[in-house]
Design a protein around this ligand. Sequence first.
Ligand SMILES: [Zn+2]
Length: 246
Amino acid sequence: MKKILTALFIIVSCLTCCASVFAERAPLESVYGLPKDNVDYALDPNIDYLIVGYHQAIPKEHIRAAEARMVFQPNDVDRDMIGIENATFAAYMLLKSRLKADYGIEIGLYDAYRTPKDQQWLIDSGVATFRTGEVGFSEHHTGLLLDVVVSFTVFDQYAGEYRDYYYSEAAVRTFDDLPLEVTLEPFQVLDSLLADYGFIERFPEGKEGITGVPYTPGEIRFVGSPEVAHAIMDNELTLEEYVAGR
Ligand SMILES: [Zn+2]
């Protein structure tokens, strides 16, 4: 039951990241222009950078272009197939390997790329009864936004043995009856390494008025290079602020 609750919470918390809940939107246009160099790291120099969500929907042609470069594989929580933009996936795998090798931390993916149909299904399914992301306005349509979870070995009292379960940071921050082994520490290590692999925390606390999205821990966004990611993370910026200030 706890696992189900936790899984549900992952879904619900993730839907909030896709919502445009606070105000009127700007016209339907994307913000482009993050640097496309740094190819030695970005792995795919043709990757496009864009902001989707509160401020603008993803253009249809971008969804088609995005689909062409997705890697598909089962997610780590319920084995549903998910797509991930291929350079994002390569960077994620480097981050995952580093965490495992140097810290013994096992991270997993819950969700990444979503088609407009996927988003509609999430809305129709009624899993989240608040702040559902509208079709076209979810940054998950890009394949660049990842919902990351961390594996903990916990004593499963129903099974009577230790088992590995994935938890989202949002779940750990919310539930106070989780097993003692489940702590925030691995998430803090994860956050400290994000920028080295070209990722940023996409919807940080205190920046809700800029992103238009409630604080959503565990929602990470690939921005193409460690340089760009550090420029954002080290200065406590959002992607919106970085793009506006370039
Ligand atoms: Zn999400």
